[in-house]
Design a protein. Structure first.
Length: 172
């Protein structure tokens, strides 16, 4: 139960993410306009939360810093937003019962008011496909999870390509 002085749990995570952005932006070897996000499962849901324009407008941000892209592994496609504040890459397994990953493959342009959302769906792949910890079969919260080396390698290559395109610029 939340007291009158408590905030919902997500508020802390949004504050942590922006705290990290502000910290990185102050480092001399970081290009402040090339910071992206990477999230797995619940972390992916928070990347989607951070891509909501109203989330960005709720943060005190005198320097108008923003994230430039986000990579999301195994987050529910139902969470996809219509007009993200930055480009997104969503990587999910077709057989991911935990997220209900009934996602449409492809790139969804969002028009002038938003950024593109790229979705890649791996057929026959379950939740946790990028984590060797799960082995050939495992379980998370009662749902099947399994490592898939081919999907993991492909997803990592796609994430690198996406971040290279999205965060492009000169190296420090």
């Amino acid at each position: 139960m939340l007291s009158e002085w408590s905030e919902p749990p997500g508020v802390d995570r949004v504050a942590d993410a922006y705290g990290g952005l502000f910290y990185l932006a102050g480092l001399p070897f970081v290009q402040r306009d090339r910071v992206g996000l990477f999230g797995f499962a619940t972390g992916g849901v928070f990347v989607l939360t951070l891509a909501e324009p109203q989330t960005q407008s709720s943060v005190v941000n005198n320097e108008n810093l923003s994230f430039k892209g986000g990579v999301v592994y195994y987050a529910p496609c139902a969470e996809l937003i219509q007009k993200p504040a930055f480009p997104l890459l969503i990587l999910v397994g077709r057989d991911d019962q935990r997220t209900g990953a009934h996602c449409e493959e492809g790139t969804r342009p969002t028009g002038a008011d938003g950024n593109p959302v790229e979705v890649h769906v791996y057929p026959g792949v379950k939740h946790g496909f990028a984590d060797p910890h799960w082995g050939a079969s495992g379980e998370i919260l009662g749902f099947p999870a399994a490592y898939d080396s081919r999907a993991a390698e492909d997803a990592l290559a796609r994430a690198h390509g996406f971040l290279d395109r999205t965060l492009k610029g000169k190296s420090p």
